[in-house]
Design a protein around this ligand. Sequence first.
Ligand SMILES: [Zn+2]
Length: 182
Amino acid sequence: MRLVNLSDFGIKSINYYWERRKNFNLSEAELFEVGITGNEAQVDERLIPKLKEANEIFKKYGYEIIIKDAYRSPELYRLVQKKRYENDGKEITDRTLNAVTMPHATGLAVDINLIKLSDGEEVEMWDKADWPEGIFVDYYRDRKDTKSQEYQGLQDLLVDNMLGLGFRIGSKKEFHHFEYKK
Ligand SMILES: [Zn+2]
């Protein structure tokens, strides 16, 4: 694994636990200790051509990708698990954080959202009021209201194209989490 900064390749990203550290009661010092020094995501360099290709595809639909989280060290996983157990409880945390096989520690897993090219805003692909159910694949599939259908359409666009590029959905079945097959 050779880690590179996404920003060096023109791919938008944030570092999720850095950006949201206050929500998880994480201090900057604690994050420094596990190797995070700012709001930047890293991936294994093998993902760069794939993510560039994704941007070419989504551009046709008026979007580009933003990586919300990518490489996480095992130390970060353990720290985040501890904090989230304290904040969210074990049950919800274990449904959404895979601290057992730690897919993000490979550098080959990314959490993705879409950004609208027209205004630079992130696209809402689920309703935060539906947390945690709303982040699982197909949660909106059988809901017939306009909003749910819109979410499902956007999620399908994201998932279908990422699978087409050789990624797969992770074991937690989140619509935004993709792992590249080795
Ligand atoms: Zn993920």
